[in-house]
Design a protein around this ligand. Structure first.
Ligand code: NAD
Length: 317
């Protein structure tokens, strides 16, 4: 992999892709070259112009331009946020099939360019689209990553921080499973600093209770629906989540983030791509962190995994 410069190619310059690009420009220092690709070339050109005009106000300089698939050759990361919207009356599986066709038109030319970096997928349903990317690219599993439940985990920590009146940075908690309706919070793993939250809930000297925990979990699970109802789409949060993962990779941080990763025996599962805490560094997924789940949590995880397997197996790849 190229190490002397940090080059990112973004494919799909819609709301999610450009929120990511905007976060990159504003945070500064994460990468120094950003290429924009979209099936709508005029849009990619316009977005590149717009971002370039803001560079004078940014923290650090970046080379930004609308490019071609051949520009992926020496990129470190290809971020995919391209996709088609669900049509009226279309089933989820029909949409999945159409997005798979979109991915075929993307992954093949990226691989053909000689790209040898890391794929980071945000397109929904993200766990399935990440698995599709893995199958089409034939890259090693550590180099194919989905945004998974990274945003859901950030939402969870924000809500728990508010509830316990503690900086979310001091809350250790994960949303795991499918980025979707079957995702869940393994409560046995939620820690406030080094103190277990289940212990805090059992302590009768405070008013914290399990019902509030379940309500927080439900808020996390339904927040995308609420945002979509209010403003038609969600994009700032996921844009920042993508920027966070890119920063962890390019900075070789070895940070733990809940991304969609291929399981190879962890959590008693194989082949599925699903949201789990992973150590992320320069070469992608360094390690999948296997949490010690309770029997009930293990059951929820298996249910989520089966939903993802069934969707993937229904696809015509
Ligand atoms: P959008 O419609 O604004 O943008 C999609 C872009 O993809 C468009 O610019 C379109 O021209 C481009 N595109 C379509 N087909 C293409 C192709 N074959 N090659 C190149 N580009 C192509 O949509 P959006 O709001 O930016 O959402 C993008 C995706 O991100 C959706 O699948 C959405 O569901 C997903 N999303 C994921 C999360 C998450 O947590 N992972 C959160 C929000 C949205």
């Amino acid at each position: 992999m190229n190490t002397d410069k940090r080059k990112v190619v973004l494919i799909g310059t819609g709301m999610v892709g450009m929120s990511f690009a905007y976060a990159l420009v504003n945070q500064g220092g994460i990468c120094n070259e950003l290429v924009l690709i979209d099936v709508n070339k005029e849009r990619a050109n316009g977005e590149a112009m717009d971002l370039n005009h803001g560079l004078a106000f940014a923290k650090s300089n970046m080379r930004i331009y609308a490019g071609e698939y051949k520009d992926c050759k020496d990129a470190d990361i290809v971020v995919i946020a391209a996709g088609v919207a669900q049509k009226d009356g279309e089933t989820r599986l029909d949409l999945l099939q159409r997005n798979t066709d979109v991915f075929r038109s993307i992954i093949n030319p990226v691989v053909k360019s000689g790209f040898d970096g890391i794929f980071l997928v945000a397109t929904n349903p993200v766990d399935i689209m990440t698995r599709v990317t893995y199958e089409l690219s034939r890259f090693g599993a550590s180099r194919v990553i989905g945004t998974g439940t990274s945003l859901d985990t950030a939402r969870l920590r924000y809500l728990l921080g508010d509830y316990f009146t503690v900086d979310p940075k001091n809350i250790h908690a994960y949303v795991i499973g499918e980025h979707g309706d079957s995702e869940f919070v393994p409560l046995s793993q939620v820690m406030l600093a080094t103190k277990s939250v289940t212990e805090i809930l059992e302590d009768e000297r405070n008013d914290y209770n399990i019902d509030d925990m379940q309500s927080i979990e439900e808020q996390v699970r339904t927040s995308a629906y609420k945002i979509i109802k209010a403003k038609r789409a969600t994009y700032y949060g996921i844009g920042m989540a993508i920027a966070r993962i890119v920063k962890a990779i390019l900075g070789d941080e070895n940070s733990v983030l809940t991304v969609s990763a291929k399981l190879c025996g962890e959590y008693d599962s194989k082949n599925v791509f699903i949201g789990v805490p992973c150590i992320i560094g320069r070469n992608g997924i360094k390690e999948i962190v296997e949490l010690s789940l309770t029997d009930e949590e293990k059951e929820k995880f298996q249910k989520s995994k089966t939903i993802l397997d069934d969707s993937f197996n229904g696809l015509n790849l």
